[in-house]
Design a protein around this ligand. Sequence first.
Ligand code: UDX
Ligand code: ADP
Length: 507
Amino acid sequence: MVEIKKICCIGAGYVGGPTCSVIAHMCPEIRVTVVDVNESRINAWNSPTLPIYEPGLKEVVESCRGKNLFFSTNIDDAIREADLVFISVNTPTKTYGMGKGRAADLKYIEACARRIVQNSNGYKIVTEKSTVPVRAAESIRRIFDANTKPNLNLQVLSNPEFLAEGTAIKDLKNPDRVLIGGDETPEGQKAVLALCAVYEHWVPKEKILTTNTWSSELSKLAANAFLAQRISSINSISALCEATGADVEEVATAIGMDQRIGNKFLKASVGKYSFLYVTQVTNASSFIEELCFLCNLISLKKKKDFKSGTGGLCFQVIDMNDYQRRRFASRIIDSLFNTVTDKKIAILGFAFKKDTGDTRESSSIYISKYLMDEGAHLHIYDPKVPREQIVVDLSHPGVSADDQVSRLVTISKDPYEACDGAHALVICTEWDMFKELDYERIHKKMLKPAFIFDGRRVLDGLHNELQTIGFQIETIGKKVSSKRIPYTPGEIPKFSLQDPPNKKPKV
Ligand code: UDX
Ligand code: ADP
């Protein structure tokens, strides 16, 4: 029986940081070292202000940091000393070459594999934690085999992480399941059991599933794909609701009561569903085709077959995500009398979901882009995303051009400042605090008619109150509210809301 006494985790990000903090917290006798090439990130992990926000994370880190949990940039030493190495580096969507925008970029995984083999002697378990295309373990093994040395024995496992951001600590402490995939050889199974023993410190045995490596890798991608398809389905229903007068929340409740369907993950919104859901599943198919990237496969080999099979469904999920954002931006512009040029618009929420500061692929970026393209002045507020991050995200060449951000974007220090003098307030993230704002105060300071566009249905319970204050509310998955805009002499809108012109944003 192999006993794990020291763990090294390469990658101190949204997955590696919280996962290894919880392992250290739950297994006081195991020494856990989390390493990263990013020195400022490691410094932040060692400081009172952690580099990522997750409810409960700070308490967990503070309970064991300096005792059995360490954050370091000394990657080579940490690998050398460890019995088990987790690979938790990012696998971003490719931004260049074949598969650009869709396939996963495995360059960081490859760099880790090379560094691990260079710094290893004897026995070590190497575990994929990052979400990777199916058969990534094979590429890692090939790098190990091509660089092997006498007495070196590196076992490769797959142990994908199912945590969701915003609930990471809860998910890690009480997971629905832990999945561990390994080789079906006695050596492989020995490694699987060693990792099981780590989780058995706090996870009931019946929740720890062991499979072969490929089932484990594919299960993670399949789970992501099912989740993405589910949100995609309810979002497509939300468009029908807006056209017919049905309310998507009522429809979700009605269909969710069917036990075969279930009521979770049926919230229509402008939220992004992780790019990993789609890119890596589609990438999985390309991997089977001699590890080539998705677009390689599609454009050079059998584009038609792929489009009509699994890949087709995944593309539709991507398209639906994009459609939902464009539709929402278009509705804002249409409602604001067909123009937002030079209008002040408050954007509340920039993170991709509540309880995280993560903005990767956030819908707020896209909605801001569509509004900036129309010349709107955006005043953005988020309780957890730093100002610099918002500026970096919006300054990306794919999002804005030239001096658009400096001309059109202001980052506000509180929601009231963002809404002061605004024509509209747009909710892009479902932060709980947005339910508790003083909307009378906000309404007084906004231009009239004052619009609220709720892209997250956070204000559902407050519609009557808000309409009484005088707001015009537009919400995802529901037809334009029946209450007419209060008419104030001298403020007659140029266009009737009953008959909005159909101009779409130029995007
Ligand atoms: C996801 C998977 O849930 C998790 O298992 C995997 O490990 C990583 O990817 P995450 O991306 O953190 O987690 O967030 P998730 O909770 O899946 O939400 C994704 C987006 O969909 C968010 O913007 C969220 O607000 C939105 N969402 C979620 C909806 O719009 N409706 C829903 O019903 C659920
Ligand atoms: P995830 O959401 O998958 O955790 P993040 O981007 O939050 O992704 O974190 C991944 C971390 O991995 C980053 O902090 C990055 O600096 C780190 N990283 C990437 N490549 C390497 C590498 N070769 N060695 C060490 N750390 C790496």
